[in-house]
Design a protein around this ligand. Structure first.
Ligand code: G16
Length: 543
């Protein structure tokens, strides 16, 4: 066994996006593509010598081969130890937990999250830091810079390591520790939530459907919900992770989790439904005939977190991404705790969590989490909802209605225009950006523009500045829309239009969401001309 040094040259397009590098699988499988990127990561973090890492992913196509390459590269560069989930499986939140629990130097997560998997779909890789969170922009910038100057990479010449059996083996001088991917995470959940109360609720006939969408949360949800909490076998559906997610698009929203939606809106609907995504960090929560928008979910969790043992002392603050609705801010204000508005991307929550300035975080893109890890956590959100349901003994619909009566309702929706040609997307965004300065005071659809800007964020902890994080147009009645380009797609450009309108109540709290937002939708078209310029009749996905 020896160390191979392979000559290479920079490969275009290795700039990490909102959450790591996501590309078509075949692109990742091209010669040197993965190796260049891994070498760039190792160089950007100051090498691997003597370090311990975590490695795992959502089990998508190409992950088993990628895991072997990453292990060989870590071994060649002097890493002391890599902790790998059995069969290279780890949900993103479980990986974050293992990084923290074992006080490691970071971890490699192989996933393209909610993007479909398979040879013709997507693959991804991201690096998380020692705090368990996604690498901040300073590090992803350094990784990108390293991909542009790379001349060689090093890997250990060796047979594949057996990742199917739990235990330790050596890869040259490096220890490979294969661990149960579920156990430590499930134990952590047991410290945060009232498992006896949840078991009692299931024992009394409470019914639930959890759609794991043939992705990584299957084994986690089965262990926690069915084995530890006693939910009826079959509560978890699509529970076996498959390399192509069974052909599903593992994105837990009403469009892609349509089977769950039909079950929850059927006459025999269970009491509670939930789904999670490819790598287990996203969640969608549904009550009987009641869809819970992610922004509302964050607000309800913020208002009720104290009902779960892990948050009994109250929360210190809440953070949301800028395009997420302001519903959680209203709760924070009532609780007298801080609220923060960050750019899109979980990496922006890390500093606030590390500094102890927030307990909960959430995004409109079906992500919610807390300071227990440094990633969003789908199953955690589901368990917190269950804990709240057990304590309040009300249905999801009742809890939501009471919340809106109390705080008013932030009607909210996101319209996605997918796979637009880059020049079309840039024309739409560029056109609006160029006119931002002249919009204030304009009247549209009976509303007056109060503000228009390109969101720039100054991190309150380290002072770093992130610019061009989305165009936001606010109206004097508190309504607003936001336009930004997705940083996670792999085909053309995805333009996201985020729409919000606040109704204080008590009337008007039960409107159809799209109807309630109609004036804002029309105002957005009048100012940004998305349909006109793209030639599309409307968005592909509405959440
Ligand atoms: C990722 C990020 C999230 C972000 C989402 C959408 O989620 O971790 O913070 O909100 O993408 O980002 P964009 O609008 O740029 O596509 P995930 O679940 O894909 O890791």
């Amino acid at each position: 066994m020896s160390i191979l040094t392979v000559a290479t040259q920079p490969i275009e397009g290795q700039k990490p996006g909102t959450s790591g590098l996501r590309k078509k699988t075949r692109q990742f499988m091209q010669p040197h593509f993965l190796e260049n990127f891994v070498q760039a990561i190792l160089d950007a973090i100051g090498g691997a010598a003597g370090k311990t890492f975590v490695l795992g992913g959502d089990g998508r196509y190409f992950a088993p081969q990628a895991a072997q390459v990453i292990l060989r590269m870590c071994a060649a560069q002097g890493a002391a130890r890599v902790i790998v989930g059995q069969n290279a499986l780890l949900s993103t939140p479980a990986a974050s937990h293992l990084i923290r629990l074992n006080k490691t130097d970071g971890g490699f997560i192989m996933s393209a999250s909610h993007n479909p998997g398979g040879p013709d779909e997507d693959f991804g890789l991201k690096f998380n830091m020692a705090n368990g969170g996604p690498a901040p922009e300073s590090v992803t910038d350094a990784i990108f810079a390293a991909t542009r100057t790379i001349t060689e990479y090093r890997l250990f010449e060796a047979q594949n390591v057996d990742l199917s059996s739990i235990g330790e083996t050596m890869l040259g001088p490096m220890v490979v520790a294969v661990v149960d991917p579920v156990a430590d995470y499930a134990d952590l959940m047991e410290t945060l939530f009232d498992f006896p109360a949840l078991s009692a609720m299931f024992a009394s006939g409470f019914r639930m459907q959890f759609d794991a969408m043939c992705a990584i949360t299957g084994p986690y949800a089965t262990e926690i919900l069915e084995h530890r909490l006693g939910a009826t076998p079959g509560t978890v559906v699509n529970g076996t992770p498959l390399p192509d997610f069974g052909g599903m698009h593992p994105d837990p929203n009403p469009v892609w989790a349509h089977d769950l939606m039909s079950a929850m809106f059927s006459p025999d609907a269970p009491d509670f439904g939930a789904a999670s995504d490819g790598d287990g960090d996203r969640n969608m929560v549904v009550g009987r005939e009641t869809y819970v928008a992610p922004s509302d979910s964050l607000a309800v969790l913020t208002a009720n977190a104290h009902l779960a043992p892990g948050y009994r002392g109250g929360i210190v603050g809440v953070a949301r991404s800028m395009p997420t609705s302001a519903a959680a801010d209203r709760v924070a204000e009532r609780l007298g705790v801080a609220s923060f508005e960050t750019p899109t991307g979980w990496k922006f929550f890390g500093n606030l969590l590390d500094a102890g300035r927030v307990t909960l975080c959430g995004e409109e893109s079906f992500g919610t989490g807390s300071d227990h890890v440094r990633e969003k956590d789908g199953l955690w959100a589901v368990l917190l909802w269950l804990n709240i349901l057990a304590e309040r003994r009300q249905s999801v619909a009742e809890i939501l209605a009471a919340h809106w009566r109390d705080y008013g309702r932030n009607y909210y929706s996101r319209h996605d225009y997918e796979a637009l040609p880059d020049d079309v997307a840039n024309r739409i965004v560029g056109g609006l950006q160029a006119r931002l300065g002249e919009l204030a005071g304009q009247e549209l659809e009976g509303m007056t523009v109060a503000s228009a800007d390109d969101f720039s964020y100054t991190d309150p902890v380290d002072g770093s500045v992130s610019e061009h994080q989305g165009l936001r147009i606010g109206f004097t009645d508190g309504s607003r829309f936001v336009i930004r380009l997705s940083g996670t797609g792999t085909e053309g450009a995805t333009l996201r239009l985020y729409l919000e309108r606040y109704v204080a109540g008590p009337d008007g709290l039960d409107l159809d969401v799209q109807e309630a937002l109609a004036p804002v939708i029309d105002a957005a078209e009048a100012l940004a001309h998305i349909r006109e310029i793209s030639g599309r009749e409307g968005p592909q996905v509405i959440t």
